[in-house]
Design a protein around this ligand. Sequence first.
Ligand code: GLY
Length: 398
Amino acid sequence: MSHIPGTRDEQHRPTRTSDVLVIGGGIIGLVTAWRTAQRGLRTTVVDPAPGGGAAQVAAGMLAAVTELHYGEETLLALNLASAHRYPDFAGELEEASGQSVGYRACGTLAVALDADDRAHLRELHALQTRSGLESQWLSGRECRRLEPMLAPGVRGGLRVDGDHQVDPRRLASALVTACERAGVTFCRDWAERLTVHRDRAVGAELRTGGKLSAEQVVLAGGSLSGRLGGVPAEVLPPVRPVKGQVLRLTVPPSHAPFLSRTVRAVVRGSHVYLVPRESGELVVGATSEELGWDTTVTAGGVYELLRDAHELVPGITELPLTETRAGLRPCSPDNAPLLGPTTLPGLQLATGHHRNGVLLTPVTGDALATSLTCGVLPDEARPFTPRRFSPLSQEQPV
Ligand code: GLY
């Protein structure tokens, strides 16, 4: 997916063939490959560093309820379907890989720091209630009783016991192992171009030369999905990168328990969240910046996150700051993923998950495996067909 030309030595590199070629080895590509291989298809993943990508930065909130937005009711149904699958998915993946994925059914508390924040949360609560979601309004005092480290100025909050977390780095690592054990082949290289023969996707050319061929190709390249060469313009996914800067702090045993659940707020219009892991890691995120391919960690980004997190939980200034990192969310025009067949035969998409990639991992794997083996998307994934963005289609965006 890079634009840097690679060397070609095709005479000496035979084409390797599979039933399914997945372009992109982030968590979405990996779960697609794992679920597909489990159904008996010979599956290859092409990626220079499988298990990398946005999952190395993401906090791993499974926030179907607290990240609900107006106009995204269809997406909510998919998010909830995936959230409900998480306990079984995590258990099955842990058994298949022999590794923990850090799934933690800890719940979330969304709090307000001033009158504007409280009005915003009241609106969110009304929307959640109308959508039939469980969410309980708490006074500031009740919030602090749950989480004593919260600032005294907290004015109220929403207790959402169904929004949990997983550790995306562990998730990615477990998926790599599960794929290996399920017989997935890894090609550690960049896919440079999609190969199209007689109006059908039939494989990919690699940056270092050589080709991979397959009956079906899945493009799961995260924010890079729109940059793969050789994809006809009308099929190229309309995915753009949205930068998120994230901090990692460490809670020493002497300060534990610091927070028992995810705590989040909207401070002066920006989302801030603190996600406490059992290991003592405390993830603070995230900025949301439309800056193209830039992944620089900036003083301003770190400052804003620390300032907002400090307003919420003043005690964080005592914790060691162990990591700062920026990643790119793959964002589509309607904030929802693109799943399943395109108008180019042989090419399916699994991309555009924006803020919900970790949450949507289980349902994406199931949807793509069904689509690749049976030729149809399951009901819950049908509204997310890439064809909704096709100029030739009558289907409307979600
Ligand atoms: N879902 C959290 C984020 O995208 O920052």
